[in-house]
Design a protein around this ligand. Structure first.
Ligand SMILES: N[C@@H](CCC(=O)N[C@@H](CS)C(=O)NCC(=O)O)C(=O)O
Length: 207
C-alpha cells in the first residue's frame, strides 16, 4: 500500500492527501512529529535528507516534495487528464507547480508560517505584500476560467489550492477575490475531495 509521511498541519502534506483522495488511492498515513523535530532525526533523514514532509513511498520508490509526488501520482495512477504529457500542455501545468513553490510559498504560505507557527524570521510585511500580489493575479486569471488550465481539474489546481484556501491562517482575507472563492468552491466539489484543519469539506445534503 502507498505510504504517506505527513503532518496534519502541513499544507504540502495536505496537497498529497487531496490528490490521493481524488484519485481514490488507498494509503497509509504515517505522522511525522514536526513539533518535536522528528523530521530532523537520522531515521527520517534517510527517507528525506531535506528533513521535510511530505514523502510518498510506493513499494521501492521513495518520492520527496509535494509537487514531485503529485506529478508521480497523476502519471502513474491518474492518466493524461491530470497531467498531460504533451510538451506544451505539460509546460502549462509545470508553470503552476513553480508558482506554488515560488509566489504562493513566498506569500500566503509564509504568512501562515508566521502567524500560525510563530516563525518570526519571516518578514511578514513582505509575505503579505507577496500574497496580495499573487491573489490579485490569480483572481484576474480566474475571472474567465473555471480551472487553472484546460477548463478541467489538473495537478495544477491541486498544487495551488491548499495555501490559497488556507490564506486566513496567515491573516489574509479572500473577500476581495471573488473568482478565487468561486474556484475554491469548485475544487471542494471534486469527487473524493477531503478537507483539512482550516478547510472544511462541503456538507453532503441528505437525499
Ligand atoms: N518543497 C517541499 C517543501 C515541503 C515543506 O516545506 N514541508 C514543511 C511542512 S509543510 C516541512 O516539512 N517543514 C519542516 C522544515 O522545513 O524544517 C514540498 O513542496 O514538499
Amino acid at each position: 500500500m502507498l505510504k504517506l509521511y505527513s503532518h496534519e498541519l502541513s499544507g504540502n502534506s495536505y496537497k498529497v492527501r487531496l490528490m490521493l483522495s481524488v484519485l481514490g488511492l488507498e494509503h497509509e498515513v504515517i505522522r511525522v512529529d514536526l513539533m518535536s523535530g522528528e523530521h530532523k532525526k537520522p531515521a527520517f533523514l534517510t527517507i528525506n535528507p531535506f528533513g521535510q514532509v511530505p514523502v510518498l513511498v510506493d513499494g521501492e520508490t521513495v518520492i520527496q516534495d509535494a509537487q514531485a509526488i503529485l506529478t508521480y501520482l497523476a502519471r502513474r495512477y491518474g492518466g493524461e487528464d491530470w497531467f498531460p504529457s504533451d510538451a506544451i500542455a505539460s509546460s502549462q501545468i509545470v508553470r503552476w507547480l513553480s508558482t506554488t513553490a515560488g509566489e504562493v510559498r513566498q506569500g500566503p504560505e509564509n504568512a501562515r508560517l508566521y502567524h500560525l507557527f510563530g516563525v518570526k524570521s519571516i518578514n511578514i510585511d513582505r509575505a503579505t505584500e507577496k500574497a496580495k500580489y499573487i491573489l490579485t493575479l490569480l483572481n484576474k486569471y480566474l475571472e474567465t476560467r473555471s480551472w487553472l488550465e484546460f477548463e478541467r481539474p489538473t495537478v495544477a489546481d491541486i498544487a495551488v489550492f491548499p495555501y490559497i484556501a488556507l490564506a486566513a491562517d496567515g491573516k489574509i482575507s479572500l473577500e476581495e477575490y471573488p473568482h478565487i472563492i468561486a474556484w475554491i468552491e469548485r475544487v471542494k466539489k471534486l469527487p473524493g475531495f477531503v478537507g483539512t484543519i482550516g478547510i472544511d469539506a462541503p456538507q453532503l445534503q441528505p437525499a
